[in-house]
Write a protein that binds this ligand. Structure first.
Ligand SMILES: Nc1ncnc2c1ncn2[C@@H]1O[C@H](COP(=O)(O)OP(=O)(O)OP(=O)(O)O)[C@@H](O)[C@H]1O
Length: 653
């Protein structure tokens, strides 16, 4: 809103200079960061802005240089500007606001004695859409406090703790509070959280998601309920610029500095994107081949569009001895958090995530993406979003699309979206990841989550919006690392085939895919993965055999069994999470689920006659760990014989 002037004179002077260099409302591509202080390198260039204890914790974390969004945001924020930042997934947005927020807390306390009643007060609130994100953000900012814990405290009130415990925490007036909007509102209403006299910084992280996660009313009540002071500094951080972000901008900001930090060439090329046009059955076939032959090295996240499908895929992979974990909103929050932690540590290689937000918003995103152009900054060549013009162009690009054909196709797609949304809603009840209000039935449990060192994202089911795609592929190639994505696209003429194993959303693929492709052009585009169909055919019989073993009944059984086990584990996790993290290692989440599924021992092995020679289809530029298909594995359970391979035709053209 308006801006509290920083008390630190050096900060003010340096930041004034930074502000002079920046117009209020303009796009700042990463390379323009050369305008930032250059006398020193890395975070040391901010030595005049950031407390030495913060710089020390950055060094201890191994963060040598600020990322482009951090370079841009920190001086502006410390000069008191409201910040609206759009930067790609994994670009370090959390510290882009975390560092100035923390610095401001330190500055505010410097002039007060500890006995002053104003010394201990909640000066910053960070709002996030889910509890998972609240843990993550608390962890990231908490790590910065390493050397100033005696002075600055942080509390996560979205955590799964009893409200009496949370109230006790809040009674100590933590300097920084992390919450979902509904939790923050509830504690404000119960007068456990006090902000009216003390709030200096309000952050809305994942601003493009927060309203669509069912927080709309809570955000409005929180902002308009007289709980906040008239003047505070605000931050909106987002990976995409949507109409929701524009709405929030109108609600909380005045004359903000708008940062649109583009990927520089190096960052953009860190993500190599592929797609394959396949039938529903071939999704299973290719996944089996890719994972079993280790055509992807390292960790992989597979996205599906509903909970049943995540168990179908998990049970299918189990048939081949491929262990995976699932992440979906049915699982208790502590289990979900533990699964992400363990996956990040490298305990599991394959994580099957259900991303249902993509379903819920199918139709809404259509409107959103088309409407954004009108609401958003006219100069914004927003590559994340499509618009009516783009849709019109689509019919040009598709020579078979007569107007009436196109209308029918769109109507079919919209009705599929509506069917999916309603069936998903009724199936899933109101369980949410963190609103506490249960207003919205579906939440993407993986959005914004900082998965570490993920080599590849497979869109087993295509998301139903460009925004969703952006968030999903953003789980790899994070923080300067390289990564690969592969998306399966079901063409319109194959949608009705393989009904039992089909995703209800695949009817939307033909409509959504051209939009996604167009949006990704600015990021190097999406290449077709041209695999040798003949080579893969040899695996079809086994794939079909395994698919037959995974029945509706076995999926239901697996789903119930997992839920029961996870509820038990969750209780243990709840009690031990903070005190005994090492005792949790035995709580695995990838135990064989398919007790009702016919497991056949021979399926775990790939016979030598099926082992093709694999050659790279085009590995991502600089990584040896993040490409699809990079040469031979060892002989044995999953590999193939490199010598023999030479005599065999390559899998990929
Ligand atoms: N300056 C830095 N140097 C190296 N790594 C960093 C730096 N800043 C942040 N990181 C790391 O980069 C990763 C991604 O950061 P972060 O989660 O803030 O990304 P994000 O932009 O919020 O992504 P998303 O939009 O997907 O939520 C984290 O693991 C974080 O610790």
């Amino acid at each position: 809103m308006s801006h509290s002037p920083p008390t630190h004179t050096h900060v003010a002077a340096a930041a004034e200079r930074a502000v002079d260099d920046h117009a209020d409302d303009h796009t700042q591509a990463a390379p323009s960061s050369s305008k930032q202080p250059t006398a020193q390198h890395g975070f040391n260039a901010f030595a005049h802005l950031l407390d030495p204890r913060i710089l020390r914790s950055l060094a201890a974390l191994g963060f040598g240089s600020p990322t482009p969004v951090q370079k841009e945001a920190i001086p502006l924020a410390l000069a008191g500007k409201d910040i609206l930042a759009r930067a790609s997934t994994g670009s370090g947005k959390t510290l882009a606001y975390g560092l100035p927020v923390l610095q401001k807390v330190i500055d505010a306390k410097k002039s007060l004695s500890r006995s002053d009643p104003a010394y201990q007060a909640t000066r910053a609130v960070v709002l996030v859409p889910t509890r998972e994100l609240s843990e993550q953000v608390t962890g990231q900012i908490g790590a910065l406090l390493e050397y100033c814990r005696d002075q600055v405290s942080i509390a996560n009130i979205a955590r799964d703790a009893s409200s009496s415990v949370q109230k006790l925490l809040l009674s100590e007036r933590p300097d920084i509070v992390v919450a979902t909007p509904s939790r923050a509102l509830a504690y404000l209403q119960s007068k456990s959280l006090h902000l009216a006299a003390s709030l200096e910084s309000l952050v809305i992280d994942e601003a493009d998601l927060i309203l669509s996660y069912g927080h709309d009313d809570d955000v409005r009540a929180l902002l308009g309920g007289g709980f906040l002071p008239k003047s505070f500094q605000s931050y909106l951080m987002s990976a995409t610029m949507t109409s929701d972000v524009q709405k929030l901008k109108g609600l909380v900001m005045r004359n903000p500095a708008i940062l649109k930090v583009q990927d520089d060439v190096a960052t953009a090329s860190n993500l190599t994107q592929y797609y394959a046009t396949v039938s529903e059955e071939d999704k299973f076939l290719l996944t089996y081949v890719i994972l079993k032959l280790r055509l992807i090295k390292g960790k992989c996240i597979l996205f599906v569009n509903d909970v049943d499908r995540c168990y179908r895929l998990r049970l299918f992979l189990e048939q081949f001895g491929l262990r995976s974990v699932v992440l979906n909103k049915e699982l208790p929050i502590n289990s979900r958090f533990h699964i992400v932690q363990e996956f990040n540590k490298g305990v599991y290689d394959y994580l099957i995530a259900t991303d249902e937000t993509s379903i819920r918003t199918a139709e809404r995103d259509d409107d959103d993406e088309e409407g954004e152009e009108k609401g958003a900054d006219a100069s914004d060549d927003d590559d994340d979003n499509d618009n009516a013009t783009a849709e019109a162009k689509q019919s040009d690009e598709d020579p078979t699309a007569t107007p009436s054909k196109k209308r029918k196709r769109d109507a079919a797609a919209k009705s599929a979206a509506a069917d999916v949304a309603s069936s998903s809603k009724s199936k899933n009840g109101g369980g949410g990841t963190g609103t506490g209000t249960g207003k919205s039935a579906e939440f993407g449990v993986s959005r914004g989550i900082d998965f570490v060192a993920v080599s590849c994202v497979i869109n087993f089911d295509l998301p139903t919006s460009v925004r969703s795609y952006t968030h999903r592929v953003g789980r790899t190639a994070r923080a300067g690392a390289t990564g690969t994505s592969l998306s399966f696209v079901v063409p319109a003429d194959m949608v009705r085939k393989h009904k039992i194993i089909a995703s209800p959303t695949s009817a939307l693929d033909a409509k959504v895919w051209p939009r996604i492709e167009r949006a990704q052009r600015a990021r190097g585009g999406v290449k077709e993965w041209k695999f040798d169909k003949k080579q893969v055919e040899g695996f079809r019989y086994r794939m079909q055999d395994a698919l037959r073993s995974v029945t509706k009944l076995s999926i239901r059984e697996a789903r119930i069994r997992e839920l029961k086990e996870e509820v038990l584990k969750s209780e243990k996790l709840k009690a031990f999470f903070e005190d005994n993290p090492t005792d949790l290692a035995y709580l695995r989440h990838d135990k064989i689920l398919g007790k009702q599924t016919r497991l056949q021992a021979h399926m775990k092995h790939v016979p030598s006659y099926l082992r093709p020679r694999i050659v790279g289809i085009k590995p991502s530029p600089s990584s040896s760990s993040s490409s699809i298909n990079e040469g031979a594995g060892k002989d044995g359970e999953v590999g193939f014989v490199a010598k023999k391979a030479k005599t065999q035709p390559p899998l990929c053209k």
